[in-house]
Ligand binder design. Structure first.
Ligand SMILES: Nc1ncnc2c1ncn2[C@@H]1O[C@H](COP(=O)(O)O)[C@@H](O)[C@H]1OP(=O)(O)O
Ligand SMILES: [Mg+2]
Ligand SMILES: [Mg+2]
Ligand SMILES: [Mg+2]
Length: 394
């Protein structure tokens, strides 16, 4: 309940409460929550600092692997082994850092990877590589005086991520590399880490090693190498910050686009057509009156870019049968909502992170600012109806 009340973000219309709330009660409850806001801004401070450190270190490991992958002329880009090494290495590092930075209390982590395949006989070499990468990254940071981790330590750290989540207690939620396809292409990917408290996302961090600090208006726009690498962080009731991943810039508050006219808006969608129905997005954008072509980016980097107003809308409509996982949206959604945006499913319901590993969604995920959301949901409904009608007439 306390965490639910602390999840004050955005407008009264997007306020999530653990019980149905009639509209006439929204105002008094909002003012109550506003009075509680200073408490909210002090909460989770240690946890946020630990999450930023964990995601930054994991990003360092991933960058090293991606650089080696792109420079190698032997390894084909379709070879999944480098990404496997980086996924596991990133997960082990995040779990290592969180456990050291927050030693008190039980540590529960819901994460994408587990050590099953790594314990097989043919994975010995891969496991050695991961262990070396993790140890090298820890010693490059220099803040932990621990002896080198053994392969068993690394396996145990990866397996800390076996929590199932749910509505009770605190659970960290991790995607060690979100946007595997982008990672392999040398494009965008993110390390996405969030904390759930009593089923609510209370903080989130997105490390985006290939995102430029300056706004992107088009995916293909190159940026100077020294301007690349962003860290977004958000805490309930405290807004969203962006800083450079290398620590070379101070955090700045970011805000979603304040565009009210969809004709001026641009929209993000998955780079991969297999991850989201591009036809449906273009039909929605057309109905809404959006002129600009879609900006296609991999991973939760889309949430980060949207939180600083690079684009105004994010549309995600996975193909039938795909079930969204909480680690693919927990960090991204709080980064956007704390920057003033709204994240809902296609029916306009807020995302519910309290049901375990999966999100129980109506059709898709839509993200925009508060002004555009009503029009966007109307266009979404119209396009989905058309889609259903044409499917039934075939
Ligand atoms: N068939 C699929 N449909 C939708 N999303 C997918 C599918 N396969 C993997 N994903 C996940 O979608 C996210 C990236 O999608 P996008 O870049 O299109 O936004 C990633 O979390 C990716 O997992 P992973 O974390 O393994 O990369
Ligand atoms: Mg993912
Ligand atoms: Mg992943
Ligand atoms: Mg994956």
């Amino acid at each position: 309940m306390a965490a639910s009340l602390l999840s004050l973000s955005g407008s009264i219309n997007t306020l999530r409460t653990p019980f149905p709330l009639k509209s006439e009660f929204r105002k008094p409850i909002l003012s109550l929550l506003l009075r509680a806001a200073p408490v909210a801004s002090m909460a989770y401070e240690k946890e946020l600092a630990a999450a930023k450190k964990a995601a930054s270190l994991a990003a360092r490991l991933c960058q090293k692997v991606q650089r080696a992958l792109l420079q190698s002329d032997v390894q084909s880009k379709s070879d999944r082994s480098p990404v496997t090494v980086a996924d596991y290495g990133s997960q082990a590092l995040v779990s290592f850092v969180l456990e050291r930075e927050l030693p008190s209390g039980s540590f529960l982590l819901v994460a994408e990877e587990d050590s099953g395949d790594l314990r097989k006989d043919d994975a010995k070499e891969t496991l050695q590589r991961i262990t070396k990468l993790v140890n090298d990254t820890i010693s490059s940071d220099g803040t932990y005086t621990v002896s080198a981790l053994s392969v068993e330590d690394v396996l145990a750290a990866i397996d800390s991520g076996k929590s199932e989540g749910g509505p009770r207690g605190r659970h960290w939620v991790l995607d060690p590399i979100d946007g595997t396809k982008g990672f392999l292409r040398g494009d965008q990917y993110a390390i996405a880490l969030a904390l759930l408290d009593e089923g609510q996302v209370v903080l989130g961090v997105l490390a985006c090693p290939n995102l430029s600090l300056t706004p992107i208006s088009n995916h293909s726009q190159p940026s100077a190498p020294n301007q690349v690498g962003c860290l977004f962080s958000a805490k309930v009731g405290a807004g969203t910050d962006m800083e450079s991943l290398d620590g070379g810039s101070s955090p700045v508050k970011v805000h979603v686009s304040d565009i009210e006219d969809p004709a001026e808006a641009s929209f993000f969608e998955s780079y991969e057509a297999a991850h989201s129905m591009h036809d449906l997005s273009s039909s929605i954008a057309k109905k809404l009156g959006v002129h600009a072509p879609p900006v296609r980016i991999d991973s939760q980097v889309k949430y980060g870019a949207l939180s600083r107003g690079d684009g105004a809308i994010y549309l995600r409509f996975p193909h039938k049968g795909y079930r969204e996982k909480i680690w693919d949206h927990a960090a991204g959604s709080i980064v956007v909502t704390e920057a003033g945006g709204v994240v809902t499913d296609a029916a306009g319901n807020p995302l519910d992170f309290s049901r375990g590993k999966f999100l129980d969604l109506d059709t898709g995920i839509v993200v925009t600012n508060q002004k555009l959301m009503p029009q966007l949901l109307k266009a979404v409904r119209a396009s989905l109806n058309e889609d259903a009608q044409s499917a039934s007439s075939v």
